[in-house]
Design a binder for this molecule. Sequence first.
Ligand SMILES: Cc1cc2nc3c(=O)[nH]c(=O)nc-3n(C[C@H](O)[C@H](O)[C@H](O)COP(=O)(O)OP(=O)(O)OC[C@H]3O[C@@H](n4cnc5c(N)ncnc54)[C@H](O)[C@@H]3O)c2cc1C
Length: 317
Amino acid sequence: MADTQKVLDTVIIGAGPAGLTAGIYAQRALLSNVILEQEAVGGQIVLTDTVDNYPGIPHANGYTLADSMRKQAEDLGAKIVSEQAVSITRDPETNLFTTKTAEKTYVSKILIVAGGATPRKAGFEGEDQFAGHGVSYCATCDAMFYRNKPVYVVGGGNSAAEEALFLTKFASKVIIVIRKDHMRAQASVQRQLEENDKVEIRYLTSVVKLEGNQLATEITLKHNDTQETYSESYEEGGFGVFVFVGRVPATNLIKDMVDVDDHGYVKSDEAMSTKTPGLFVAGDIRQKMLRQIVTATADGAIAATSAAAYLGQHIAS
Ligand SMILES: Cc1cc2nc3c(=O)[nH]c(=O)nc-3n(C[C@H](O)[C@H](O)[C@H](O)COP(=O)(O)OP(=O)(O)OC[C@H]3O[C@@H](n4cnc5c(N)ncnc54)[C@H](O)[C@@H]3O)c2cc1C
């Protein structure tokens, strides 16, 4: 066995809403655990200024919400360490998981992977600068900030089309910017977009850059055939850019132990179990309908509860 301390009941990878909630429930089920986090505790929610749809905490600041989840987990005894999991193996004889970080090796009976998924960036100039201040990757989260304002939607796939349709309920105009000469969305959604007066679809077009001060004031686009560029200006904060060009689930370390769907999300059942006994997933990393804080926390609670049940049934302490 590794150069290690005791065998933990569970290692939790990721201290986003799913991992922190798994930590809270693991503590309450008296499972010894450690939560590994490679970046900021809170995961994606620390990127957002305002969270308006988490029940019970209206107008929450993302950072404050993340910090109160962290505090709740730590107050209950959860241990969060700033380490990145770099490899995971499972011993076929003992069924124990070994998780290595640069600093340490952790051995556990259960592994809960809550590593999330990161939105893929479109790659235009100013995208990072205005992320959260004009550039968004989540219509459900941010559409209401663009009520009666024009928005650009970048992407021509299904999720871009569906999110664009959702945005028509809020925005004054939805300009869909598609790199290719066609959309790759369900025919019915595409038809709804084409028939909606608020929607303008610009094929063979890419966003080149966003410019402004605190908030963006100008967007520059390019026609991909003619290479002609043109800019459109607004008052500060008078428009938004929603990027939907795919998401990358953090499945690298477990890809040989789980099944994934066509988009790379981990297939799991209602108990958050995967095809590997003792390996559970929670949050945005999973194949599911809605990737939000409320569903991530629910997954984390279920994963830790399932882990406790699994330990009781399969593994003697
Ligand atoms: C800009 C933005 C705004 C949003 N606004 C809202 C909103 O208003 N309302 C809402 O409900 N949802 C919102 N969302 C979606 C919401 O944030 C996610 O659904 C939620 O955070 C998913 O939680 P998670 O714990 O599954 O994953 P994440 O939040 O992605 O957390 C996963 C964590 O795992 C860590 N990790 C990954 N791999 C490793 C590793 N190998 N070792 C250690 N740590 C690792 C990551 O660093 C990350 O911190 C928003 C998302 C974004 C990007």
